[in-house]
Design a binder for this molecule. Structure first.
Ligand code: HEM
Length: 479
């Protein structure tokens, strides 16, 4: 009881603390707001929400003004859907540099875990990180993707024709693939989701997903900060040990082509400046969050869409069987040849972009947008979801129509992986992963939605990255 009273008091104090800082700057007053309390309620109550909810609540303003503002950790942030600004933001890193973690989340769990890395850096520091990371993403070890995807098939083999919660399975699969491809580490999440490595990783992800921490800044309280940092340090140590071991195995002449190995080799190139072990560790940490949940989300929503659009499922399967013949997974050339499957993947990423917005930028100059003048120093982001659902840019934007990608679309209207020099470094990684998994599943199973599914009419989300559990039935096909 005392414990509950303590928590309630802490939450009330945090709400007061956050509300006390909640003053709208005059310059942003005319921009439509999502209020502090409505953000608070949707974060804390975990009621139906996500990007679709933000968009539908503010659609009128996004369509009319191309901008709204919302309150996050003591700052007012502008979310933009105006296409001309989208283009500028993607092309002009000098005017729209990234907002660094020590500015938006000082002394937080995120800053301690991710530090400065290829996603959170600017200018020459970013170039140094990117030069070391780039070669690693050019030659991806596809056999490692296949190895893990086949493990998923072994597991599915045992559950024919019964509902399976795909979000959980996809998260376990994508973690295993990332661990293997990024640093040859077997999280073994598909077979043993309770093992200590998976637990250490999930404990840290739960910290980032916890709205009391991310939204109300509970981690500012010293005792909680200490507890959270202990979890972060455990995972940081795991990554640091992986780097040390990798150095040793490279020195002993072993090689398996994972990303970390290629990054260490790139550090030896006299044309590149080295990354320290801490910088390498921060990059591994950011690859994990950038590449794990995003691809898991993409695969989950796509399997759902295939389950409710049997015609698309059949057409995609027909293409896979026709092109791959007896091959279970596509060869490097076949990845590009899977034209229809690629359109299906793109359309899913349009409807359900796993990254609903870009990482935050901070304006270095005043920005004029229609009648608004947003002053330098304001944090801004592009609301990808809003752009990809705009009826001005897409015909019947709420419909799943892969065929729309047979035609050109307006530049910057599809931004699932961002654009410009800060575009996703792992887009190919994710697309290869998605195609391999889809080819295996489509060949072997017919996918459908159980009659009593809560997602019968639409995919229902708790928050941006979290739909309610998605049970799907995988029925073995007779070939
Ligand atoms: C469906 C899956 C994915 C989606 C939707 C996605 C989305 C994005 C987006 C929108 C950006 C641009 C961020 C910005 O400009 O603010 C980005 C950047 C990035 N992504 Fe991804 N991503 C995915 C998978 C991956 C994977 C698998 C990895 C690595 C293993 C990865 C690594 C990165 C990195 C390192 C950057 C930063 C690039 C830079 O700033 O130079 N992503 N991603």
């Amino acid at each position: 009881m005392v414990y509950i009273i303590f928590i309630v008091i802490v939450i009330i104090l945090l709400i007061i603390y956050n509300y006390a800082n909640y003053k709208v700057p005059d310059s942003l007053k005319n921009i439509h707001s999502i209020t502090f309390f409505s953000m608070l309620i949707s974060q804390l109550m975990k009621r139906e929400g996500g990007n679709a909810k933000i968009y539908s609540r503010c659609k009128e303003y996004f369509e009319r003004d191309g901008i709204i503002k919302l309150y996050f950790r003591g700052k007012w942030i502008c979310m933009i859907t105006d296409l001309a600004v989208a283009k500028e933001l993607c092309l002009r890193n000098d005017v729209f540099p990234k907002l660094m973690l020590d500015e938006i989340l000082p002394n937080s769990a995120a800053e301690r875990h991710f530090g400065v890395n290829v996603v959170h850096s600017n200018g020459d520091v970013w170039k140094r990180h990117r030069r070391v990371c780039n070669p690693a993403f050019k030659t991806l070890p596809i056999h490692l993707f296949v190895e893990k995807a086949l493990k998923l098939m072994d597991i599915l083999e045992k559950v024919d024709n019964k509902p399976i919660e795909v979000r959980d399975f996809m998260q376990r699969l994508t973690l295993d693939i990332l661990g293997k491809v990024a640093f040859n580490f077997d999280f073994n999440n598909l077979e043993d989701p309770k093992n200590p490595y998976v637990t250490a990783y999930n404990e840290v992800q739960d910290v980032f997903r916890n709205p009391l921490i991310s939204f109300l800044q509970l981690d500012r309280i010293p005792i909680i900060n200490k507890l959270v940092f202990r979890k972060i340090d455990k995972l940081n140590n795991l990554f640091e040990n992986i780097i040390k071991e990798k150095r040793k195995s490279l020195a002993a002449g072993h090689s398996n082509g994972d990303l970390l190995e290629l990054m260490l080799k790139a550090c030896e190139d006299p044309d590149n400046q080295m990354l320290s072990d801490t910088e390498l560790r921060c990059n591994l940490a950011i690859f994990m969050v950038a590449g794990h949940d995003t691809t898991a989300m993409a695969l989950s929503s796509l399997l759902y869409l295939l389950a409710i659009h049997k015609d698309v499922q059949e057409k995609a399967r027909e293409e896979v069987l026709r092109l791959l013949g007896d091959n279970l997974t596509p060869s490097s050339e076949q990845h590009a040849a899977l034209k229809y499957l690629n359109m299906v993947i793109r359309e899913n990423l349009r409807l359900y972009p796993p990254a609903g917005g870009l990482t935050l930028r901070v304006l270095t100059e005043d920005l004029k947008l229609k009648n608004f003048l947003i002053p330098a120093g304001t944090p801004v982001s592009l609301f990808i979801y809003g752009i990809q659902h705009s009826p001005k840019l897409w015909e019947n934007p709420e419909e799943f129509l892969p065929e729309r990608f047979e035609n050109e679309h307006e530049n910057y209207s599809w931004l699932a992986f961002g654009s410009g020099s800060r575009m996703c470094l792992g887009n190919n990684f994710s697309l290869i992963e998605q195609r391999i998994v889809l080819c295996l599943l489509l060949r072997k199973y017919e996918i459908s939605l159980p009659q009593n599914s809560i997602h019968k009419n639409e995919l229902k989300f708790k928050n941006a990255m979290n739909p309610y559990p998605i049970d799907l039935i995988f029925k073995r096909r007779s070939e």
